[in-house]
Each structure stands twice: as structure tokens, then as C-alpha cells.
Design a protein around this ligand. Structure first.
Ligand code: GLN
Length: 379
């Protein structure tokens, strides 16, 4: 088999979901909602099912989907995005990230990844023939040392991966942090591949800034995102990448041969979501703000230590006090004995950090309450 397979493991996030299901635990591991998408969206899908869009869409995305997306993202990103030349619609941001990496990297290239990181990035880098170099986001604040970043970038790096708001840390990069990164990627002529799937899940006063919107950065940025988290449709697998035309030309070529394209009927139905007005996004932010409050208050009552997330829907909890061999042992024990599943933090970190576990709170309030009741049993 391909030797690259030995360089990464299966997804621990998805493995934890399988174990959680086996033991009927409340699953706060793999981050996806247990509530429905907006009713209009379900209706739109029903209408599409009865219609005639059941064959391939244009490989880089149906025209009306790209138009609606360009309009929405131009508005939020403050950039004028051309739906004809600057977008590729993909099978989730998972494919967007993979295609982005394959578009810019040749075998032997180096890619900078902030650690902790969403586990796909290392596998994406390796599969595209590149070697990841890690730069630490140091818990509990998850800040980085600009000198460490510069040292990494000096090693002839092709691209930097930026997940903002961050999975798993919940960090939202500040303007000054993004400016530091911008200065350095400019100095060392490095592409930036963003993962901004939590762009609309940010807790005030924190604010999410699109990296591509920083002065001069659009030219070197591939902005990847998806509809999964924003519209609670993780199973629809609709994502996209936005970049300047010359990058997009390459990305379209890669994407065409990877998947031909994202599901045409789902793109058609999702146009309804892309046309939602601003109020939808304000409500979404409020909804997650309430869930964060409920879950963190519960953790406070139980007496657990954590880093307060600034965005996304994850929280990293410190388990040092429990005296387990490591976070994986803790998570397995918690599934079986407490009935709650989380992801061992070590699956996100490069290096020896084993005292954190990641819970997600994209669940109905009743699910979160049930999980908290169970967590009260922690010794
Ligand atoms: N992004 C989500 C998480 O980190 C879901 C990952 C997945 O399985 N695609 O849990």
C-alpha cells in the first residue's frame, strides 16, 4: 500500500464517534449539530427532489450557487468576488482544503500548520506530498510566538494553514496577530490556506477577520469554507474555495479530477440558504452564544478548568486533576463510565500535550444538559 498511509492515523474524531455510539454515550466528540437546519432549507430540498436537477452541475459549481455565494461572501469579506473566476464549489471544506493544498504544493514542499490543529491538515499535507512544520499555539491562551513562526517560515515554506476561528482551541485570531502573519507570509512569499468554516460562530466582543481581506493578502490566500456549520448541514458536503483567478484555474483542474463536483441538487437547494438576510447570521451567533453559556456554566459548576472559546463550538478542558495515564485513556473511560464522549486533545497537538480534551457544544440544550448531568459524576 501507499507508504504515506503509515504517516498518519485514522481520524480520532470519527473513531470517538464510533465508540460513543457503541456505548450509547452523549456524543460531544465529532462536532456536528443534533438539531435540524432551517425549515426553509428542508423545504427547498424537497422542492428540488421533485424537480429536474439530478445530473452533474458544472464541475466548479452551479452558476446560481456561485453567484449567490459570491454575493454573500463579497458582503461579509469586504472583497469583490467574481463568481465566474474566483470560486470552486467542493465536497465540503474537507475537499476544499485538500484541493488547495494539492494546488500549491509539489512533492517535498513544506507547509506550516499551527498546533493544535484540526486533524485533516496533516493528512492533507502528506497526501499532497508536502511535509508539515508545526508552530505552537500555547495553551491555555493559545497564543503563538512570532519568532517561532518566522523560524518556521524561513525553512522554504510554500503555504501556511490558518484555521480561524480555530478548531479545536476556539481561538479567534486578533487583528494584530493576523497582521503579524501577513507581514511574515509577505516577507517569505508564502501562500495562506484558510479554514474559516466557523466564520459565523464568533462570540462578541471577539471579531472574525477574513485573512484575505487584509491589505495585499487576497493575492496569496485561498479562503476555504463550507455551508456545514453555518446552516447546520454537515451531511450535505458543500464547501468552496475562493482565490484569485490564477490559483483557481489550478484548483479547478485538481477538483475536476478529484470529485467532478459537489452534488447538483444540494447546490440548488442551498441557494436558498445563501440568500438568507443578515438577521440569520445574527440569530446563529446568538444561538451559539447561549449554548456556550449553558455549557460553560455547567463546567464551572462541576469545577472543571477550561479555556473560554472566542469562536467555533469547541472547548478544551484540562483533565490534569484526574490522574489518568493520558487523555485517550480518560476519554475511553469517560465514554464507558460517565456516558459522555469527547476527543483526546493529543490528536490535535504535535508534541506531548496530553492533559486536554475537546468537547463540542453544537447540540440541543437538552442534549447538553444531559451531558452535564452525567459529567457531574466525574470523581
Ligand atoms: N469539524 C468537526 C470536528 O472537528 C467534524 C469533523 C469531521 O468529522 N468532518 O469534529
Amino acid at each position: 500500500l501507499n507508504k504515506k498511509i503509515d504517516k498518519f492515523s485514522d481520524s480520532v474524531i470519527r473513531r470517538m464517534t464510533r465508540i460513543a455510539n457503541k456505548y450509547d454515550a452523549v456524543n460531544l466528540s465529532q462536532g456536528f449539530p443534533d438539531f435540524d437546519p432551517p425549515a426553509e432549507l428542508k423545504e427547498a430540498l424537497k422542492d428540488v427532489a421533485g424537480g429536474s436537477i439530478h445530473q452533474y452541475a458544472v464541475t466548479w459549481g452551479a452558476a446560481n450557487f456561485r453567484e449567490a455565494l459570491a454575493k454573500k461572501q463579497s458582503d461579509f469579506m469586504g472583497i469583490d468576488i467574481d463568481p465566474e473566476k474566483e470560486i470552486v464549489v467542493t465536497c465540503g471544506s474537507t475537499e476544499a482544503m485538500m484541493a488547495a493544498m494539492m494546488t500549491v504544493c509539489s512533492p517535498g514542499d513544506k507547509v506550516v500548520v499551527f498546533s493544535p490543529f484540526y486533524e485533516n491538515y496533516a493528512a492533507d499535507a502528506i497526501l499532497s506530498g508536502a511535509d508539515p512544520i508545526y508552530v505552537n499555539l500555547n495553551p491555555p491562551e493559545f497564543d503563538f510566538d512570532p519568532e517561532e513562526l518566522e523560524e518556521a517560515l524561513q525553512q522554504g515554506v510554500k503555504a501556511l494553514i490558518l484555521c480561524n476561528p480555530s478548531n479545536p482551541s476556539g481561538k479567534v485570531f486578533s487583528r494584530s496577530e493576523l497582521e503579524t502573519i501577513a507581514e511574515l507570509v509577505d516577507k517569505y512569499d508564502v501562500f495562506v490556506i484558510t479554514d474559516e468554516v466557523y466564520e459565523h460562530i464568533v462570540y462578541p466582543p471577539n471579531e472574525h477577520l477574513y485573512f484575505a481581506s487584509l491589505p495585499g493578502m487576497f493575492e496569496r490566500t485561498i479562503s476555504c469554507s463550507s455551508l456545514s456549520k453555518t446552516y447546520s448541514i454537515t451531511g450535505w458536503r458543500l464547501g468552496y474555495l475562493i482565490a484569485p483567478e490564477k490559483i483557481i484555474d489550478g484548483a479547478r483542474q485538481i477538483h475536476d479530477f478529484l470529485t467532478v463536483g459537489a452534488a447538483a441538487p444540494l447546490q440548488e437547494a442551498a441557494v436558498t440558504a445563501l440568500n438568507f438576510d443578515k438577521k440569520y447570521y445574527q440569530e446563529l451567533e446568538k444561538k451559539y452564544g447561549k449554548k456556550r453559556k449553558l455549557f460553560l456554566r455547567g463546567l464551572d459548576q462541576i469545577g472543571l478548568n477550561y479555556t473560554k472559546p472566542q469562536g467555533a463550538y469547541y472547548v478544551m478542558v484540562d483533565i490534569s486533576e484526574f490522574n489518568f495515564k493520558d487523555d485517550l485513556e480518560f476519554c475511553k473511560w469517560m465514554i464507558k463510565e460517565v456516558g459522555v464522549a469527547a476527543v483526546p486533545g493529543s490528536s490535535f497537538f504535535k508534541g506531548n500535550i496530553k492533559h486536554l480534551v475537546r468537547f463540542h457544544f453544537a447540540k440541543k440544550d437538552e442534549t447538553l444538559k444531559k451531558a452535564l448531568e452525567r459529567l457531574e459524576k466525574l470523581p
